[in-house]
Design a protein around this ligand. Structure first.
Ligand SMILES: *Cc1c(COP(=O)(O)O)cnc(C)c1O
Length: 388
């Protein structure tokens, strides 16, 4: 037995380091944007989830300042006690309108929205089917719910259907959960087929729209708009990616949202979103609806990057993606870290994503609307110079 109850921590850290899995933070010293100051060095930013370039937009900044001046810095309580402000409701109505759902509810983060929604709508007598590539908050939401969980292989509809035929009748409710844009690969869930299976087997379906909101669909409404599907499924999202703020949401039918206001513990027992975050997100939703050119510019950038990769880096294949997340794989964690360092030396900020976050190590690029063609060309030039 160890002499002291905390003695295990340092050896565990050492093990993490030996596997090249150790992580630490890096400070950005400037406003968010396509070019940032990273630990004293100017770099082109391919590491940001700020897909529409709104986190540094003056209108969001002004909205946050005005709301802070009007209401103060903190919301001072939970929504059901003293935390509710009219701008929370305005934001919820704007999100519902963007997503084309009956209603929406904002949470303090996307992570909390998923934990709260999943744990509220299923329990011990129920069954969850979860894609193996799902985000951590879907997985942990499933565990928190106490339901029986079965993971199905990534986007494998055949196995999903078999599991439903074999298991569905053993449970009261069934919930299928999936990222709509998978956060570490950038590919899409097969939404039309999932909707059909959900109907066929009387299941609920929850999709995580963190990387789809503001990105997919003709107006940036997300995956449902992309596939032109209107359905009662549950859409969870974040205010912290394309919306440039902080917080999360659930969008769906009126009864669902009303139920969550009464049963989602991560909404009821936590402090309401700050006035500044709320107002910034509201300004972002309005911009998305009135300035489609941002969304169009994002897609021009994504396609330009893909085109240059195919033409100029034929040996470095991008993983299949239909979003602003583009990855290329590397042999192992060590190689991914080395490439990340070489890119950084060349003025490109592109993170290495490694196990246990993903099964295989990779460089993960996120394209944003405010990248200039020259930024993308610099990335390609730097990638060509990589020494294996
Ligand atoms: C970022 C992310 C979240 C969490 O959203 P936060 O608002 O940052 O907590 C949830 N799901 C997916 C797929 C994400 O990528």
């Amino acid at each position: 037995m160890e002499k002291e109850p905390y003695d295990w921590i340092q050896p565990s850290l050492d093990t993490i380091r030996r596997a090249d899995w150790y992580r630490s933070v890096q400070a950005i010293q400037s406003k968010s944007g396509a070019v940032v100051q990273l630990e004293g060095k100017e770099v082109v930013n391919f590491a940001s989830n700020d897909y529409l370039g709104l986190a540094g937009d003056d209108r969001l900044i002004q909205a946050a300042i005005s709301a802070t001046q009007e209401y103060g810095t903190g919301s001072t309580g939970s929504r059901l006690l003293s935390g509710h402000r009219e701008i929370h409701r305005e934001l919820e109505c704007a999100i519902a309108s963007l997503k084309q759902t009956e209603d929406a509810l904002v949470f303090s983060s996307g992570y909390l929205a998923n934990l709260g929604a999943i744990a509220a709508i299923v329990g011990k007598r129920d069954f969850i089917l979860s894609d193996t590539y799902n985000h951590s908050c879907l997985k942990n939401g499933a565990i928190l719910s106490g339901a029986t969980i079965i993971d199905y292989p990534h986007c494998n509809l055949e196995i999903l259907q078999t599991l439903l035929s074999q298991q569905r009748h053993n449970f009261r409710r069934c919930l299928m959960i999936t990222d709509s844009v998978f956060s570490m690969d950038g590919d899409l869930c097969p939404l039309p087929e999932l909707v059909d299976l959900a109907e066929q087997f009387n299941c609920m379906l929850l999709i995580d729209e963190a990387h789809a909101t503001g990105v997919l669909g003709a107006t940036g409404a997300g995956c449902a708009e992309h596939f032109k599907i209107k359905n009662k499924f549950i859409q969870v999202g974040t205010l912290s990616k394309a919306l440039g703020s902080l917080g999360g949401f659930v969008a769906g039918t009126k009864p669902l949202i009303d139920f969550l206001r009464n049963r989602a513990a991560t909404w009821i027992y936590t402090t309401a979103l700050s006035p500044a975050d709320t107002a910034a997100a509201l300004a972002a939703v309005n911009i998305i609806r009135h300035e489609p050119q941002r969304h169009q510019q994002l897609w021009r950038n994504i396609n330009y990057l893909k085109q240059l990769f195919a033409q100029q880096l034929p040996n470095l294949e991008l993983l299949p993606s239909e979003s602003s997340i583009l990855c290329f794989q590397l042999q192992d964690s060590k190689a991914a870290l080395q490439v990340c360092t070489q890119l950084k030396d060349a003025g490109i900020f592109a993170p290495a994503v490694r196990p246990p976050t993903v099964p295989t190590s990779r460089i993960r690029l996120s394209v944003i609307a405010t990248h200039q063609p020259t930024h993308i060309e610099r990335l390609i030039a730097a990638t060509k110079q990589i020494k294996a």
